[in-house]
Design a binder for this molecule. Structure first.
Ligand SMILES: Nc1ncnc2c1ncn2[C@@H]1O[C@H](COP(=O)(O)OP(=O)(O)OP(=O)(O)O)[C@@H](O)[C@H]1O
Ligand SMILES: [Mg+2]
Length: 766
């Protein structure tokens, strides 16, 4: 009913006061979209408008033309020479000769004057006159071709698509709207307007001329579609995220930014305040770091619980919690909160969790620890939230020394206390094997796909002095906040696969990783860093010298409630389509980007066939930590969701491995099995406990598997395989005939293999 009333109101307004209405609409829209993103700012919606500037432009042109027409008293009655054909101009209306088009001198002046008049005529009046026209003027074939091209360009104009969003014509509806507008326009086109458009030719000038008439047309023709899109846009409004947390806004919070390079004491100082507080929370980027803080704080006599996606260790009488940042509660009140590695706000996938914590934590004192890259953004956020901001700047305890000699490409030059950093699982094992074969050193390994317990066991083995394990081979999983006894960080290479292609490792990541060498209080307080190959040294030096990049945008993602509101506008589409639509239509202000959600979409796609899941259940299942490239893990997730949807108790139903891994495929199997247990535990904490009743069993399995993994790694000196290795090879016939394969499949398979060989798990396993 409301919708009908609004649309009739809309029509009424249109007929009487369209200019002021459009102006009001555009102004209010501009206000609504204050500081709205430019296309580059929203990864998932490349054509999103820079509303404000462009609206202003549209607005001005409307106002100007309105003013002009009022002052000059221009009457814009359309030419009587009109057409009456259906849809677009029929071929018969095209004149074969083009005599009129050959300009003589006087003719040019006359046309210029005529065009000047058209150019300055009030677009609304032009539109009105078009409506009144019965039959459009005939066009020559040449003109007709140009006009068709003009509309073809208009339909594809990014500028026009962006502008149309300002009147709530969505990008997906825009082509339909233009098609209808073209039919209308060609049917009614007066000769002078046609000639003027032809004189402009296809391109931006014609787009600018057509657009205001297009607006009039849309407002009159599509009030329902506009209203619907307006509702969609309103429900996908992610502007002003600081208003999402009214309780935190009502507090007088003090934010302390501990700003500095690695190994400068940022976390240490923040933790001092955390431990002094009556009630505190520490938010970590990694489960491993949360565990480290949990242990450290309890050892110092401050009772502290642990809360990660997979585990809850409640220490009796504790008022402190160490958690992963995704798990922090924005409902509880704290005296002191610490958000570590705050520069992760810009992480393309997980950044939203840091943003949410900064905006929403209900704590009197919030300590942010990180490098200076997001300092400006934090200042901006605090000015919006009204929080007091204090900045504490730090210097590195001992500067990091670059060894110019490098390892000269020879792993025999490895020394005790070295950490060799490689960016794929395959390389990690190759390096370990080569070192153990060619030298007397023994290696521990740390990479993202290993459970945190195993990583910790390996790190401890490396840290302790009374064993042979004096070299660490690790991926970038060691890059954040961890304190290890590393003397020298050696980069095996400085490029990594980003899920799509091989790219150079970013300067900030190089700094983070290199910064693991020479930690205060460790066996090697003075740190060194170098590369294996001489050719990589320049890039390493360049990265370490580079000042911290200033970030302009931080990540954001909707809460379930926001997403639910949006889903209410589009009831008949799948969850995956909903995610896409949300990304397409959501509005962000210039300080934020929408976090990547390819991973969520992939899971959503798989779960599409599971019936009977509520929107909230789907949303939750999609956030479960699963390696989407691991078919076994995906299979188990699908199984869990299917049982859950049938109201059956979800069973972990997975065989326990018999012993430690004898080869790499067994090691991969252990990794997968641990991930499945970990996923089960995560789900058991995010759904009702009775629906996942085998939590204890999953915990026991996870602990056993982590131990087996540790054992396997300690004795491992084997060739690494990819997860695809066990699969049957494509059929080969004796006569050399090979079964043809889809090129797309081959390409996908290769991508998959590369992906699996790389180390991604940490991005999801929180
Ligand atoms: N005042 C201090 N007294 C004793 N030890 C300290 C002090 N400050 C820092 N440390 C120790 O120095 C090491 C590095 O400190 P911390 O972890 O706080 O550095 P950070 O700046 O947070 O580094 P990163 O950026 O890598 O996280 C830690 O082992 C910490 O315990
Ligand atoms: Mg730190």
């Amino acid at each position: 009913m409301a919708r009908g009333r609004i649309s009739s109101l809309l029509r009424c307004c249109l007929s009487r006061h369209s200019i002021s209405w459009i102006r009001a609409l555009l102004i209010s829209n501009a206000k609504l979209c204050e500081g709205i993103v430019t296309s580059s700012n929203l990864n998932c919606a490349p054509n999103y408008p820079s509303y404000l500037s462009r609206n202003a432009q549209v607005n001005c042109s409307f106002v100007y033309s309105k003013l002009y027409s009022t002052l000059s008293g221009n009457d814009c009655r359309a030419s009587e020479n009109v057409k009456n054909d259906d849809d677009i101009v029929a071929e018969s209306s095209i004149l074969e000769s083009d005599n009129e088009n050959r300009p003589g001198g006087d003719n040019i002046t006359l046309k210029c004057e005529l065009f000047e008049d058209i150019r300055l005529r009030d677009p609304v009046k032009i539109y009105k006159s078009l409506c009144d026209v019965q039959k459009g003027a005939k066009q020559t074939r040449a003109d007709w071709d140009v006009l068709v091209e003009i509309f073809r360009c208009f339909a594809k104009s990014g500028w026009a698509i962006n502008q149309a969003l300002a009147i709530y014509i969505g990008a997906s509806f825009f082509p339909t709207a233009v098609h209808k507008f073209r039919s209308f326009f060609f049917k009614k086109l007066p000769g002078d307007v046609g000639k003027y458009l032809v004189s402009l030719g296809p391109g931006h000038k014609s787009d600018q001329f057509l657009f205001p008439k297009f607006v009039e047309f849309c407002l009159e023709e599509f009030p329902d579609e506009i209203k619907q899109f307006q509702c969609i846009m309103a429900s996908a409004d992610l502007t002003k995220p600081h208003t999402w947390f009214p309780f935190a806004r009502a507090m007088k919070r003090k934010v302390i930014y501990h700003c500095g390079p690695t190994n400068s004491g940022k976390t240490y100082n923040a933790l001092q305040r955390f431990m002094e507080a009556k009630k505190g929370v520490y938010c970590s980027p990694l489960r491993l770091l949360a565990m480290e803080v949990f242990d450290k704080v309890n050892a110092l006599g401050v009772y502290c619980s642990l809360h990660t996606g997979q585990e809850k260790k409640i220490v009796p009488f504790s008022n402190h919690i160490a958690c992963t940042v995704e798990m922090v509660s924005a409902d509880d009140l704290y005296d002191v909160a610490v958000i570590d590695e705050i520069q992760m706000m810009v992480d393309p996938c997980r950044g939203y969790a840091w943003t949410r914590a900064v905006l929403g934590l209900k704590a009197d004192e919030i300590h942010l620890c990180g490098d200076p890259s997001v300092l400006k953004m934090v200042r901006k956020i605090c000015s919006k939230t009204g929080d007091e901001l204090l900045e504490q700047h730090y210097e590195r305890f001992k500067s990091l020394v670059i060894e110019a000699k490098t390892l000269l490409g020879d792993l025999r030059n490895v020394r005790s206390g070295d950490c060799i950093v490689a960016f794929s699982r395959r390389e990690i094992f190759e390096v370990k094997m080569a070192i153990e074969k060619q030298t007397k050193h023994r290696c521990c390994v740390v990479y993202g796909a290993l459970p945190p317990e195993t990583r910790r066991q390996q790190a401890n083995l490396f840290n302790e002095q009374d064993n042979d394990f004096d070299v660490l081979v690790a991926s970038d999983a060691i890059g954040m906040g961890l304190n290890l006894n590393i003397r020298r960080v050696v980069f095996y290479n400085l490029s990594k696969y980003n899920g799509d292609k091989i790219v150079p490792v970013s300067a900030s990541q190089v700094k983070q990783i290199a910064g693991r060498a020479g930690r205060r209080g460790s066996r090697y307080p003075e740190g060194l860093t170098t590369t294996l190959h001489k050719e990589d040294l320049d890039y390493l030096i360049e990265c370490l010298k580079q000042p911290f990049e200033e970030v302009r945008k931080v990540g954001l993602f909707p809460f379930f409630e926001q997403f639910e509101l949006f889903a209410g506008q589009l009831p008949n589409i799948t969850f995956c389509q909903l995610l896409e639509k949300f990304a397409e239509n959501c509005r962000l202000d210039g300080s934020y980007f929408l976090c990547r959600h390819d991973h969520i979409k992939k899971v959503a796609n798989m779960l599409e066939k599971v019936q009977g899941l509520s929107l909230e259940d789907r949303f939750n299942f999609c956030f479960a930590p699963v390696n989407i490239r691991d078919p076994k893990a995906m299979y188990h997730l699908l199984r869990f969701a299917s049982s859950y949807s049938q109201n059956l108790p979800v069973n972990i139903a997975m065989g326990m491995p018999k012993g430690s891994a004898q080869n790499d495929s067994e090691l991969l199997d252990l990794e997968t099995k641990h991930q499945v247990c970990s996923m089960y535990l995560w789900l058991s904490h995010h759904f009702k406990e009775e629906t996942f009743p085998y939590k204890r069993k999953a915990e026991a399995m996870a602990t056993n598997i982590a131990e087996l993994l540790g054992e396997s790694l300690t004795k491992a000196c084997r060739k690494p395989e990819s997860r695809q290795a066990g699969k049957p090879k494509p059929e080969k016939r004796e006569n050399g005939y090979e079964r043809p394969q889809s090129l797309i499949k081959i390409f996908d398979k290769r991508r998959n293999e590369i992906y699996l060989a790389h180390d991604y798990s940490e991005t999801v396993a929180v």
